[in-house]
Ligand binder design. Structure first.
Ligand code: CA
Length: 458
C-alpha cells in the first residue's frame, strides 16, 4: 500500500521530531565500536521458524479498525519450509564489515532521516543500516551466507500462526511496543502524528515485544526489504507452498515490509505490503537476512497462546466423555470413574485457528483442563484419557514426532506424560495426570490438512 503520510507532517511536528531525536542521541548512546570494526562484527543471531502453514494477508473482518489494503487480500493459507531469519535488523556495524571486506557497496547516503552523520558514526553502530536498495541488501545477505527472506517468510516470522496484527499479539501498540508513529487528535479534533522516537532505535531494542519466534523490531524501526518482486494482486494467484513472488513485473521492483519508524499502525503491522511508492525513501530502508533450514530441526517448543474455551462441563466422580465435534473432526476426552473429585469443571478448548492449521507444527490443538477437586499439586486421582485422531480420509498423515506437552510453571514439558501413537490408525492416546494446559507439537507433513480428532472406536 502507498505510504505518504510522512509527506504530510506539519512543519511544527518535524521540528518536534528533530528535538525528540536529539534527546535520544544524548540519552542513550549506542556502544562504541572502535578501530577496524569490520571483520570483528558477526552477522545477526538467528531465530528458527519451523516448517508449516500460517495465514497470510488480511481481511476486512480481521483488520479491525486498521486498514486492510487490497494488495494484502485475500487472506490465504501459505506453507513455508523451515528457515532461519535474523533476530534483528542488520546493523551499521554489521554492514560495514561487508563494505570493509570489499564485498558490499557503501549505503546510498551516510545520513538517516534526521541524523546527517549516521552510518559512519560509531554512536549508531548498533542501529539498523539504512539507505539500502534491494541489491545492497541481498549482496550483504549473500556475503554472510544468507539471502533476503521471501515475503511469506518475513510475514510468518512476524505473526506466527494466528491472525495477530502485530508481532507481540493482538494488543494495540504503544511506544513501549515498537518504534513507530502514534496518532492523536488535538482539541479541535484534528489528527496529528507523533513519532515515538523520531528516528531509528538500536536493532536489539524493544526486546520485551518479540515476534512469536523471537525476531525483534520486525515491524517499525527500519522498514525491511524482502526478496520478492511486488505485484499488487499477487495474493490472488500465489502458490500454497513456499511462494517466492511473481517472476516478472512491469516495474521489476521488489517490496518492503514492516513499516518504518514514521509508519502509523496502519503502516507498521504484520500484513502491510509497501510497494514501489515506498521504496525510494531509502532513509527508511533496512533489512534482515534469512536462510532455508537444513538438517534436523531444533527441538520445537510450543508457542503459548490463549485458547478459547469451547466447552465446559461439570463432571463428577462417576466420570464422563466430553467432545467437540463438527462435520469433520471430534476431540474426545474420557474422564474415567474416580478421575476427579466430587465435581470437576472440565474444559475443552481450541485456538481459533486450530482446525485450519495444516500440520502439527505449532499449536494445532490446545486443551485446558480444570478440575476443582484435584489434589493441591494439580494431580488427578486417575488420569484423564485423551484421544486425538485424524479423520479416515486423511489417514496416515499423523507424524511419529507428534508430541504432547504439558505447561508447567517452568515451561512446556513432556515429562511424566504417557502418550501412545497409533500410527497405523492415525490416532494418539494419552493419559493426562494433571489439570492444566496441554498442547501438541510435531514434525509436519507436507500436506494441508486440518488436525482432526475423533472419538476412538474402542
Ligand atoms: Ca523493522
Amino acid at each position: 500500500m502507498k505510504v505518504d503520510s510522512r509527506c504530510r507532517w506539519p512543519i511544527g511536528l518535524v521540528a518536534a521530531i528533530l528535538l525528540v531525536g536529539g534527546a535520544v542521541w544524548t540519552a542513550s548512546p549506542a556502544p562504541r565500536v572502535t578501530g577496524a570494526r569490520a571483520a570483528a562484527v558477526a552477522a545477526s543471531e538467528e531465530v528458527y521458524v519451523p516448517v508449516g502453514q500460517f495465514i497470510m494477508g488480511c481481511s476486512s473482518d480481521t483488520a479491525g479498525a486498521m486498514a486492510c489494503a487490497l494488495d494484502a487480500q485475500p487472506m490465504h493459507a501459505v506453507y513455508v519450509d523451515a528457515y532461519y531469519i535474523d533476530k534483528t535488523e542488520v546493523s551499521n556495524a554489521q554492514y560495514a564489515a561487508c563494505v570493509s571486506a570489499g564485498a558490499c557497496m557503501l549505503p546510498l547516503s551516510n545520513s538517516s532521516a534526521t541524523r546527517t552523520d549516521y552510518y559512519n558514526n560509531p554512536a549508531y553502530a548498533n542501529y539498523p543500516v539504512l539507505q539500502m536498495d534491494w541489491q545492497r541488501a541481498e549482496t550483504y545477505c549473500n556475503w554472510v551466507g544468507r539471502r533476503l527472506p521471501t515475503e511469506a517468510e518475513w510475514e510468518k516470522a512476524a505473526r506466527g500462526t494466528d491472525l495477530r496484527p502485530f508481532p507481540w499479539g493482538f494488543e494495540s501498540p504503544t511506544c513501549d511496543h515498537m518504534n513507530y508513529t502514534t496518532t492523536y487528535l488535538d482539541t479541535q479534533g484534528i489528527p496529528h502524528l507523533s513519532p515515538c522516537v523520531g528516528d531509528t532505535s538500536p536493532v536489539n531494542s524493544y526486546a520485551d515485544y518479540p515476534s512469536p519466534y523471537g525476531a525483534l523490531n520486525i515491524t517499525g524501526n527500519a522498514q525491511e526489504w524482502v526478496r520478492d518482486l511486488y505485484a499488487r494482486l499477487y495474493y490472488h494467484t500465489s502458490p500454497y507452498y513456499n511462494p517466492t513472488g511473481p517472476t516478472t513485473t512491469v516495474s521489476g521492483e521488489h517490496l518492503i515490509r514492516g513499516g518504518p519508524w514514521t509508519g502509523t499502525v496502519t503502516h507498521a503491522n504484520n500484513w502491510v505490503r509497501h510497494d514501489e511508492a515506498d521504496i525510494y525513501h531509502t532513509e527508511y530502508n533496512g533489512f534482515r537476512c534469512a536462510r532455508t533450514a537444513t538438517g534436523p530441526a531444533p527441538t520445537p517448543t510450543p508457542i503459548p497462546v490463549t485458547p478459547t474455551p469451547h466447552l465446559a462441563r461439570d463432571v463428577d466422580s462417576a466420570g464422563d466423555m466430553l467432545w467437540l465435534a463438527n462435520d469433520q473432526y471430534l476431540t474426545l476426552i474420557t474422564v474415567p470413574e474416580l478421575a476427579v473429585g466430587a465435581t470437576a469443571r472440565i474444559t475443552l478448548s481450541h485456538t481459533s485457528l486450530a482446525n485450519a492449521q495444516g500440520n502439527l507444527q505449532g499449536i494445532s490443538h490446545f486443551f485446558r483442563i480444570t478440575a476443582d477437586h484435584a489434589r493441591d499439586d494439580g494431580s488427578l486421582p486417575a488420569p484423564l484419557k485423551l484421544t486425538l485422531a485424524f479423520d479416515p480420509p486423511y489417514g496416515g498423515v499423523i507424524s511419529p514426532t507428534l508430541t504432547l506437552y504439558y505447561l508447567t510453571a517452568g515451561g512446556w514439558t513432556t515429562e511424566g506424560l504417557t502418550t501412545t501413537l497409533h500410527l497405523d490408525a492415525s490416532y494418539l492416546t494419552a493419559d493426562l495426570a494433571w489439570t492444566g494446559t496441554y498442547a501438541m507439537l510435531g514434525e509436519a507433513q507436507r500436506v494441508y490438512l486440518p488436525l482432526v480428532t475423533r472419538r476412538s472406536t474402542n
